[in-house]
Design a protein around this ligand. Structure first.
Ligand SMILES: O=C(O)CCC(=O)C(=O)O
Ligand SMILES: [Fe+2]
Length: 785
């Protein structure tokens, strides 16, 4: 191409005055060589050299292109310099520099490429190694989908799309009309039909025949006809009827889905995206598909171990209307263990190798644990309680014991006290007995009796001897462990500065079953467990009642305890205490939904003082940026609850978070809420002082005065005289300034300003000295006298 003389050059686009790598890229990529040259000529005065250097550095031009461009430029410069009679312009030096730069850049590019390749090889090898390690430590994924999709190779996708024609005549609207939805989530509704119940984190559905819904049955029959290899016995309809309708990332990896089965989802109505993510570390990958009306996608149950999936919400503008999905699964029959009291004869071993091992827990206890609620155990665990007042009667339970995986024994006091057994004989009896079984035994330490020391001193000596012998046996036994309930509990409480009386000790003792089961992960909805201690001097135990709140017992998004306390400190008033905990592993959104339901349920008690205390694991320090923090505050505020804690409650070397919350529906009755700087645990204690009943004014205490040595505080006097002043000011106000202000928010601000001015005039702030005498009479108001 012959270069055009410089006089004739017209820039083809707007003059380029600065050259970012992006403009260079665009120039070089999008323009023809002719245009490049023109642009280069135009830009010569600005920074041609920079243009070319950057373009080549950023890899915008391939080496041959650059060279060709360079040649063209060379000849053009030659003409230009001749025409311009500029002997001093040394284009030779310039072009040689550019040429060298291009060569060096090409070398660098090449070098970077080969380094990148090497790195990629190393990453691949590391991922392979990781997979091998994972495969050898966990059983290999079962053969997957009947249609051939595999799960374990990172390169493959976890789904397969099947034909669509057979389902196009089914209509989302008709299916919707035929369904009775049995669960409503924040953004979607679900109707489940199936031979067996279906339980998944955050949800539980009872069995009901697919045939109950004839329209759905028609769809199921069509699936069986067109894809006879896909086996299923349940159908779950999910309704997405708004742009917000969505299902968050999850895996259908519940135990109750048959391992080798397929999970089949039919989509009816508007098209929606489904996002699959490979969740294994080092193998992250995202695959997005759009499923249209009538389309079916199939995932293997095995793929759920490595992948999750979700249906995201859509922008309002992109919402195309109602979509219903039907997910067909093959669920297994929940195994109900035979009652341990009537075991099949002869077989005393516990099968650990069956596909869905059911853990059987047997609780043999004297009266103290007889209230334990076995329904708190998660599937597949069953528990049976049997009364065992004497250890000497263990033999009577041997058949049940042989059936159990775990036997919790809490007895012994009666043997020592009434049976006159001596600790050594009891120990020998237990050691010989437990040695005959494969079952594991956990033995509750025997609590000392606190009665008249002169009469029972001997008994307590025997009790501690028995505990001691049991501890020794526990150290050498294969299947027997002492759970030192008493010391465990007392040492914790003593550390926390609390002291229990006898009934306190005995109620603590009742917790041991729960403690063990939580520890072993057998309790439903694994969690922290909650204890609410109420000091007897605040309220007699007969005035404490469990409050019934309509909460789905299968919702494990959070743990809650509801207590109703009557007559607290003789006040003739009723207070409701809600103690809560959200494990960090539980979805905060579901937890907030649950809180919303609970607070709604408590609305009818709104005239009572209601307090929520607990660890939400939602950091309110991050309130400005954390949607969960905003939601929890907003949702409770909607039910008139205010959050009281304002300082971090958990401080580590690396973090300070406000995750323990206190909410009240009546802030007037709260004297103070302070985080105490006392590290008895990883969470700091929060002391909230609540006024109960007719508290005299003088009893009110300002905590901050202790902690920060504040001797003055500012108050307003709400006297009759001040009320009158306020009324006069408000009546005399013409609100002219407000009316003359434009715009609703400016109007509001103006109103607030005028109102505050009058308020401050009528009720001026007065500095008051804090009386220190209460410090002496009531030095720790958060500890009851
Ligand atoms: O609607 C869909 O496509 C997905 C439904 C789903 O993932 C489920 O129900 O578990
Ligand atoms: Fe799913």
């Amino acid at each position: 191409m012959a270069p055009a003389p410089i006089e004739e050059v017209q820039p083809s686009t707007k003059p380029v005055t600065s050259f970012s790598p992006k403009t260079c890229l665009e120039l070089v990529d999008q323009l023809t060589p002719d245009q490049i040259l023109r642009e280069a000529q135009y830009a010569l005065d600005s920074d041609l050299l920079a243009l070319l250097t950057r373009a080549t550095r950023s890899g915008a031009t391939s080496q041959p292109d650059s060279k060709r461009l360079l040649e063209e430029l060379k000849s053009h410069f030659k003409t230009m310099s001749e025409n311009a009679h500029k002997p001093t312009f040394n284009f030779e030096t310039l072009t040689t520099g550019i040429s060298r730069e291009i060569d060096q850049t090409a070398d660098r590019l090449h070098q970077a490429n080969s380094e990148m390749e090497k790195l990629q090889e190393q990453i691949g090898a590391a991922q392979q190694l990781l997979r091998e390690v994972t495969r050898t430590t966990s059983p290999p994924a079962s053969p997957t989908l009947s249609t051939g999709t595999t799960s374990s190779t990172p390169g493959t996708v976890p789904f397969e799309k099947l034909g669509a024609a057979e389902f196009v005549n089914f209509k989302a609207e008709d299916l919707d009309a035929s369904c009775t939805y049995d669960r409503t989530y924040r953004n979607r509704r679900v109707a489940f039909y199936g031979e067996f119940p279906y339980r998944y984190p955050g949800g539980h559905h009872k069995a009901r025949p697919i045939a109950e819904n004839s329209y759905l049955k028609g769809i199921a029959d069509e699936l069986s006809k067109s894809h006879p290899t896909l086996d299923f016995n349940s159908a779950m309809v999910t309704k997405y009827d708004s742009p917000d309708s969505s299902i968050p990332p999850h895996s259908d990896d519940e135990e109750c889905i048959v391992p080798d089965s397929s999970i089949v989802t039919l989509s009816l109505g508007a098209a929606r995206q489904v996002i699959f993510r490979r969740k294994l570390p080092g193998e992250y990958k995202r695959q997005v598909i759009t499923v249209e009306h009538g389309q079916v996608y199939v995932m293997s149950r095995a793929s759920q171990e490595d992948w999750d999936h979700s249906v995201p919400s859509v922008k309002r503008a992109d919402f195309q209307g109602l979509r219903l999905s039907v997910t067909f699964r093959l669920l297994r029959k929940p195994t109900i263990a035979p009652p341990v009291s009537a075991p099949p004869t002869g077989n005393s071993s516990i099968s650990k190798t069956t596909q869905a091992p059911i853990r059987k827990v047997l609780i043999l206890s004297d009266s103290k644990n007889m209230t334990f609620d076995c329904s708190l155990l998660s599937e597949p665990t069953v528990a049976f309680r049997k009364n065992l007042f004497y250890l000497r009667d263990l033999e009577q339970h041997s058949q049940s014991i042989a059936q159990a995986d775990l036997v919790l024994i809490s007895a012994g006091i009666n043997d020592l006290r009434h049976g006159k057994a001596d600790p050594i004989t009891l120990h020998n009896h237990l050691a010989a007995f437990t040695g005959r079984f494969k079952s594991h035994f956990i033995f509750d330490s025997v609590s000392p009796v606190a009665m008249r020391a002169d009469r029972f001193n001997g008994l307590n000596t025997d009790i501690s001897k028995l505990n001691e012998l049991m501890l020794e046996f526990s150290l050498r036994s294969r299947n027997f462990k002492l759970f030192d309930n008493l010391n465990f509990g007392l040492s914790h409480l003593a550390r926390d500065g609390l002291h229990l009386n006898d009934s306190g000790k005995s109620s603590l003792s009742q917790c041991w079953v729960m403690c063990i089961l939580i520890y072993l992960g057998i309790r439903k909805g694994k969690g922290g467990g909650l204890v609410t201690y109420i000091n007897k001097r605040a309220c007699d135990s007969q005035n404490i009642e469990k409050l019934k709140v309509n909460v789905d017992p299968n919702d494990y998004s959070g743990e809650f305890q509801f207590l109703k306390i009557h007559n607290c400190k003789g006040s003739n008033k009723t207070m409701i205490i809600v103690n809560f905990y959200r494990s960090p592993s539980k979805n905060p959104k579901n937890f907030i939904d649950l809180l919303d339901n609970i607070a709604r349920g408590l609305d009818r008690h709104s005239r009572k003082q209601i307090m929520f205390f607990g660890d939400a694991n939602i950091d309110l320090i991050k309130y400005d940026t954390d949607i969960n923090g905003q939601n929890v505050i907003d949702i409770l505020a909607k039910h008139s609850f205010a959050q009281l804690v304002s300082k971090p409650t958990r401080i580590t070397d690396h973090s300070a978070t406000l995750i323990d919350h206190v909410y009240t529906n009546n802030i007037e009755n709260i004297s103070s809420c302070n985080v105490l700087t006392y590290n008895i645990s990883d969470h700091l204690p929060i002391a909230t002082t609540i006024k109960v009943g007719n508290v005299s004014h003088s009893r009110r205490t300002n905590f901050d005065s202790y902690r920060y040595n504040i001797t003055k505080q500012e108050t307003r006097l709400f006297r009759e005289a001040n009320h009158q002043i306020f009324e006069q000011l408000i009546q005399a106000e013409t609100w002219e300034d407000v009316l003359n202000t434009e715009g609703s928010s400016s109007k509001y601000n103006k109103f607030f300003e005028v109102y505050t001015k009058h308020y401050n005039t009528a009720y001026p702030l007065k500095s008051q000295r804090i009386r220190r005498k209460f410090e002496r009479s009531d030095p720790k108001p958060w500890i009851l006298p």
